[in-house]
Design a protein around this ligand. Structure first.
Ligand SMILES: O=C(CO)[C@@H](O)[C@H](O)[C@H](O)[C@H](O)COP(=O)(O)O
Ligand SMILES: [Zn+2]
Length: 195
């Protein structure tokens, strides 16, 4: 085993976190504003991603539906990643590219918000979900890595949070940090002490 791999993961992560501390403030505020606007007007959040990003979509939905750091009412959010029957039937009957877009069409309504997570920005099922959301009047927040890929360039995306790094695990680590920051901003704005 190579102990230098530990040091490399830690130091790369620290450097990326420092870089993002300098660059992501405005876009995180914009994303939190979009979540608050959606929830305050009676909308819900739909979230999707593949692999580790599927876990991130579920993690974010759980924090909204149940709680983050304070006790407050449950907020409406659904991860589109966990129903094996729905996912396998769509993939089997149509294609894997439609596993999320089909659910957006079925569950989404105008005023809802899609959280679309892809470290490469090139996963077809994620770009298709954003396109399906736009077609029914939903906004999309995209969390990407690398150069943002097709998802980052998509006109269906309203707020684009990009982590400009080439390593998927480092990107994912910043994605979950961004999602925790979004929870914190939303909870504080909607349920924090008012002056
Ligand atoms: O968690 C990891 C790697 O850290 C993997 O499971 C990773 O999420 C999968 O390869 C995904 O399919 C990658 O998709 P994407 O982020 O490029 O959209
Ligand atoms: Zn991972």
């Amino acid at each position: 085993m190579k102990p230098e791999l530990i040091n490399q993961a830690m130091t790369d992560g620290i450097a990326l976190r420092r870089q993002c501390t300098e660059t992501l403030t405005e876009v995180l505020l914009e994303a939190a504003g979009a979540v608050v606007d959606c929830l305050k007007s009676g909308g819900k959040i739909l979230a999707c991603g593949n692999g580790g990003s599927a876990a991130d979509a579920q993690h974010f939905a759980a924090e909204l539906v149940n709680r983050f750091e304070i006790n407050r009412k449950g907020l409406p959010a659904v991860a589109l990643t966990h129903d094996a029957s729905v996912i396998t039937s769509i993939a089997n009957d149509f294609s894997f590219d439609r596993v999320f877009s089909r659910q957006v069409e079925a569950l989404g309504k105008s005023g809802d918000l899609l959280l679309a997570i892809s470290t490469s920005g090139t996963s077809n099922n994620i770009t298709a979900a954003a396109d399906a959301a736009a077609a029914i009047g939903m906004k999309t927040i995209a969390l990407t890595g690398r150069d943002g890929g097709d998802l980052g360039r998509s006109s269906s995306v309203n707020v684009h949070i990009n982590i400009p790094h080439s390593a998927t695990p480092r990107i994912q680590e910043m994605h979950i940090t961004c999602l925790h920051i979004l929870c914190s901003l939303v909870d504080d704005h909607m349920f924090g002490e008012k002056p």
